[in-house]
Design a protein around this ligand. Structure first.
Ligand SMILES: [Zn+2]
Length: 432
């Protein structure tokens, strides 16, 4: 009797949850009136007075003039362009004084809830697609899936599984042994075979892409420096195994030796690239790999090294030099013809401030249009989603951003977007 009643309750709960989920359903057809429209940043062509027709989360057509009746979004006084892509974020946390405690107190569920907040800030800032290059796997995968099914407001997430060396960047440092034994990730590795195993485990856990770290890191709480940490054989094993499983590989790398080792191993992108040299530039182009510069992370930690009392001493020394070095590295890479994908490493800087990267890229010598390309068409090619995102055309996802003024003359206009649509759902209305 008791069991039967309980079963009844479960059924009722299930029925309620099926209707109670308040998922945003895109209106049948939406007509967006665009005063100025940069539909395809690859061409750089700005058109005037266009209507973007949106149906079922996708762009159905782009028409001349202002046409259509019913659900109208009036952006006649705005500059309209594709949703932005940030190819390097960590959505489930933010850098700050409580990080070391958070690492051993926050469950995957806690981290997922934090991620809900940060995801909303990110998409409302105009970033409709992100690559998450290292968050707690259960948390980021659940967040990715909840956003994809419309339960949670956020950007489309490509989620990485992190494969890193024992004792290196990506491991945890400075805790007592018992803590390390509990919290060490199963995707840490030593030796080529073990690193192949770690890639397979990451894919098993749901990774869309593999993140590795060929060198030390600025925010690792260890004085190991920024040179190569993974062996050439380990890097080759990681890339080969990931590619066999249909996953791209992004490698964190600062020191010249580790940047070049990662490129020789065939990684799809190098993150940061702080000490890249002429040989790196040759290898980037030879292998078709992208540089994801993360200037905002450099700018942020260099500022924090001056005034953030919570920054560990081992971190502070590395952080001080970083910002200007990264700008110089991007300048050299860009002049040398390296493919660039926009990435901020947000979590180091606050989520939702991603667009501050644009002005730093312009400082490094990119034109505003080139910086915009790196966050649209180039980012789309880098992530392999160029059939879906990066430009506005019939059949692509309705990921649309609008700003006041002209971002092609003042790229900082992108720091305060006026309107955002993500997969056909308005997440920031123009009249907010
Ligand atoms: Zn990162």
């Amino acid at each position: 009797m008791k069991t039967k009643a309980l079963a009844g309750l479960v059924l009722i709960a299930m029925a309620q949850s099926a209707v109670a989920l308040d998922e945003p359903v895109p209106a049948a057809t939406t007509y967006i009136y665009a005063g100025r429209l940069l539909a395809d940043p690859a061409s750089g062509k700005v058109e005037t007075n266009k209507t973007i027709v949106v149906e079922a989360g996708k762009i159905a057509a782009i028409r001349d003039g202002f046409v259509g009746v019913g659900n109208i979004v009036d952006l006649r006084d705005k500059f309209v362009m594709p949703g932005l892509i940030d190819s390097h974020v960590h959505l489930t946390f933010e850098s700050g004084p409580t990080n070391r405690l958070d690492a051993v107190t926050k469950s995957a569920v806690d981290q997922a809830f934090d991620g809900v907040v940060f995801a909303k800030r990110t998409v409302r800032a105009g970033f409709t697609t992100v690559v998450d290059l290292g968050s707690e796997p259960q948390a980021i995968n659940a967040l990715r899936d909840a956003i994809a099914t419309g339960k949670v407001t956020g950007p489309r997430i490509i989620a990485a599984g992190a494969v890193a060396a024992h004792g290196g960047h990506g491991d945890i440092h400075g805790y007592r042994q018992e803590i390390l034994d509990v919290f060490r990730a199963p995707t840490l590795c030593s030796g080529a075979d073990d690193c192949a195993r770690a890639v397979r485990v990451a894919v098993q856990q749901g990774a869309d892409v593999i993140k590795t770290a060929s060198t030390g890191g600025v925010l690792s709480n260890t004085a190991a420096g920024l040179g190569q940490q993974m062996s050439d054989a380990e890097l080759v094993a990681i890339v080969e195994t990931a590619h066999r499983l249909g996953r791209k590989v992004a490698s964190h790398a600062h020191g010249t030796d580790g940047v070049n080792a990662a490129l020789r191993a065939g990684v799809d992108s190098v993150e940061h690239g702080t000490y890249l040299d002429a040989e790196s530039i040759r290898l980037f182009k030879l292998k078709g790999s992208y540089l994801v510069p993360t200037l905002l992370a450099g700018d942020t930690v260099t500022r924090q090294a001056v005034d953030a009392a919570w920054m560990p001493t081992a971190v502070r020394a590395k952080a001080q030099a970083l910002g200007p070095l990264m700008i110089d590295a991007l300048q050299r890479a860009h002049r040398g013809g390296v493919s660039i994908a926009f990435g901020t490493d947000s979590a180091v800087s606050a989520h939702g401030e991603n667009a501050r990267e644009f002005a730093l890229m312009v400082k490094a010598g990119l034109t505003p249009l080139e910086a915009i390309k790196s966050a649209t068409v180039w980012g789309a090619t880098h992530t392999g989603l160029d059939g879906e995102i990066g430009s506005l055309e019939a059949g692509k996802s309705a990921d649309i951003v609008a700003v006041d003024g002209d971002p092609l003359t003042d790229v900082r206009r992108l720091e305060t977007v006026a309107f955002v649509m993500a997969r056909g759902v308005v997440v920031r209305a123009a009249d907010e």
